[in-house]
Design a protein around this ligand. Structure first.
Ligand SMILES: N[C@@H](CCC(=O)N[C@@H](CS)C(=O)NCC(=O)O)C(=O)O
Length: 346
């Protein structure tokens, strides 16, 4: 069932009803962003996540959504609405995630989604930032004795349909003149069970998800091995609808704020001690000086709220990914050997 609701076109009040009904009507009331106005009116930021991936989005024993994608939603809610608690998590699948964003069911998609030209060019959606630099990997049983993906000629590989992994493994086997048989299974627990029960020789997806899946096997983690080859670039991005540039800006600069905070050593715990800093960059970031928030259609405390309530980018990593045993690597800041680099907030 397709639901079209908020058409994120500035100043246009539009709604379409096909099948199930309205999600939210559009009304640009003044911020210049229809999405921001609707979120404010409803006091909620609707955020599409997976909801079943440790380290990215998974409820804890109290039902609180944890993970890097969940915290991405919280950070945008803190910037947009002044309250990280206003992020409402909407589970989406690998297959329905784009429809959820296109239809207005969610305002933001933070769901391990690889930024590709095909997606950005064809779906009416765009990527505001990369919250995890990933790559496609292969998980195999240790007992198989396979040491390299190059030894997988003739293998069966479990893969989720609708994922960029499908294309990545096709390319890899073709390039290396190896044969393989894909076994496509949409449901996550089903694909994992299929792999564990031996229905496929390898399970392929983003290396982060393979690492966290392996981690959750506890003592049985040693029965599984991640092959050394990372066969594709999978920059996992945060997506918004095209046509609402102000909303795009807000999401993009929320990341710039978290990166700048990390660069400057500002954390959720110590941010208040920086309010009388003499560093002009910090003063602008925290809204003590200048009108950076206003430029985004927000209060000048937007970045303060993000840092205070969610933290800087490194805090997010330490809280969500480090416990899964994944080193930060290229996800570190640019001045620590990584790729995360923020343009200046000025
Ligand atoms: N990054 C890839 C893969 C994304 C993906 O589907 N990841 C799996 C990794 S576990 C997932 O989220 N599965 C959960 C589900 O489909 O419920 C893409 O954008 O297509």
């Amino acid at each position: 069932m397709i639901r079209f609701a908020r058409l994120a076109v500035l100043g246009v009040t539009a709604g379409f009803l096909i099948g199930a009904g309205w999600v939210r009507p559009v009304a640009a009331q003044g911020s210049g962003s229809a999405t921001l106005d609707a979120s404010r009116a409803h006091g909620q930021l609707l955020c599409g996540i997976a909801g079943n991936i440790p380290g990215f989005s998974l409820p804890d024993s109290q039902g609180i959504m944890k993970g890097l994608d969940a915290d991405t939603c919280r950070a945008v809610a803190a910037a947009a609405l002044g309250d990280a608690g206003k992020a409402k998590f909407v589970p989406t699948t690998t297959q329905n995630r784009f429809t959820a964003l296109q239809s207005g069911e969610v305002d933001l998609l933070a769901r391990e989604t690889t930024w590709t030209l095909g997606r950005e060019g064809n779906l009416g959606l765009e990527f505001a930032w990369i919250n995890y630099y990933d790559g496609t990997g292969f998980l195999v049983k240790t007992s198989a004795g396979v040491k390299s993906a190059k030894e997988m000629d003739g293998a069966t590989v479990c893969v989720q349909p609708g994922s960029s992994t499908e294309l990545a493994i096709n390319d890899y086997f073709r390039l290396n003149k190896l044969k393989f048989t894909p076994i496509t299974i949409a449901d996550l627990s089903e694909i994992q069970a299929a792999f564990l029960s031996g229905r496929c020789d390898a399970y392929s997806t983003d290396a982060s998800a393979l690492a966290t899946f392996r981690f959750t096997q506890g003592p049985k983690a040693n029965d599984l091995v991640l092959l050394p080859e990372i066969i594709s670039k999978e920059p996992l991005g945060v997506m918004v609808r095209k046509g609402d540039d102000k909303w795009f800006d807000l999401v993009r600069w929320t990341f710039a704020a978290m990166i700048t905070a990390e660069e400057k050593g500002i954390t959720s715990a110590n941010v208040d001690t920086f309010m009388d800093s003499t560093d002009p960059d910090i003063r602008r970031l925290l809204g003590v000086e200048g009108d950076m928030g206003k430029a985004l259609g927000l209060d000048n405390k937007w970045a303060y709220n993000v840092i205070k309530q969610v933290g800087n980018l490194g805090e997010m990593w330490d809280r969500d990914i480090t416990p899964m045993g994944v080193p930060r690597g290229i996800n570190n800041l640019w001045n620590k050997g990584g790729l995360q680099y923020a343009p200046p907030i000025r």
